[in-house]
Design a protein around this ligand. Sequence first.
Ligand SMILES: [Fe+2]
Length: 561
Amino acid sequence: MVVSFRKRWDDALRSGTVFRLSSKLPSRRAPMSEHRSSNQSNDVFDYKKRIALLEAENTLLRGFIDIGRTLGTEHRFEKLIPMIIEKISLHLNCERSTLFMVDWQKGQLWSQYAQGLTTQTVTIDLKIGLAGASFLSDRIINVTDAYEHHMFNPYFDHTTGFRTRSVLCVPIRSEQHRPIGVIQLLNRKTGSFTQDDERFVLSSIEEFTPAIEQGRLQTDQVIQWFQHLRSTIDFERGTLFLYDPETDMLVSRYAEGLKEGQSIRLDLHLGIAGRVAVTGTHMNIPDAYADFRFDRRTDDQTGFHTRNILCVPVSNAKGEIVGVLQAINKKRGAFTDSDLNVLTSMASIIAIAVENAVLFTEQRNQFKSLLQVMAASIDAKDTLTAGHSEIVENLSLAIGRKLGLTEEELDVLSVAALLHDYGKIGIDDYILKKPGKLTPEEYAQIQKHVDITYHILSKMYFASNYRKVPIIAASHHERLDGSGYSHGSRDADIPLMGKIIAVADVYEALTANRHYRNAMPPEKAFEILKDEVSKGKLDGKIVETLESCIFQTTDPGSADP
Ligand SMILES: [Fe+2]
């Protein structure tokens, strides 16, 4: 089992010592006399073994505390990662350490941070060398002599003069369990890398992957933080408030004791939390009701009785206050300086996540608004079909939700559906707006919009999770029997999301006014869709799903049509 270093770190801070027996060690020591009477030589051996274990545990714990402090004091991601890697390297007493991240497009690992290399980025082929092997197999590779291992690539040694001996490679997975990189440690100065070393790296990774990957401040994560806190400080209620610049108030992001969906909003000039947010200074109130700064109105409304409070600011890398972390009612006595240390360190970790969440939201909004501008530019070509892309997006999402697609998949579907007809930007207006029947040449022209969609979208930069958007968007006119365009792909070769968009697209086109005919009612549209299913062109399950979405709109629990 992976040991959580933060728990150990918090334990150590609470007890004021780095010496602590772990569960690996005997929990109760038998009196020496009993041992002596049974078998003295075994006693001596056992005692030495215990000391050795204790020393090993102590060294391990020192490492955890060291990294814990780093997480607690450094907010900036670009500085945080090198610091953590260097500390792992220092703790394991090795010569070089590198954090490699994967670039799937190029099939390479690239060095996010390489100890000893300040400017040069190292890239290595995924299929060559121990780091790639560890990444691809998702296994730890621990070798005493690299040159003895058939997967070792001596290229860097040959070009740099460095001599690799022992190697420890540990794969890194994201919080969503996607493989994202590898930590590679070279040449342990004393002996080979041990299982304890593997455990140490794994535990460290467990702690900093959120810093690498975390974009959203998720409730699960916040609950986990409070669990960590509670394992160290025994208090009744904890609250994380975030500052809302729009209203100039503190809003509870997570408040123990409140029902889901409820939140607390506090004026900045009221109460302890407000004061901490304004001054940026922690407050430790041993007797709340005796303190004139305490605002007891929330207690009066809820019937809760606040006895004591420990409250610390959460500030970002620029030193701006982004929130407040508060613990209420320590179960035994008042909050201590050691509790303050723990809460302050936790506030630093929260600050990283809050900052990442803000950046993530900003980037996401920017991306979404770009997509909407793109979709609007197609609408601008023809007012009669205006809104088509957005309706197809909503219909596709409703189908996707009912079919059980994940949030990540729905995100991809949303983008592909919104941009599926973007290639119409390259089609002559007179064809798009022609009221009568199209000539075969004109029909051939209009079919080209699919390839244009693909070409334009494949030139756009999409983050890795959106990479399939161009293919999905460009498959919305393919049909299961191979009669569609532009590739004439068949069922198994058409992406599920392409099939979903196809159904949503046809339904929207049938139920909206067009230059060549009027809108038809949903019932009639489904007759046509089902006919297409019977001809083997559209997916029956998807059409059924859309039908259930459309005709269940009065049910408040159903998906949006
Ligand atoms: Fe289309």
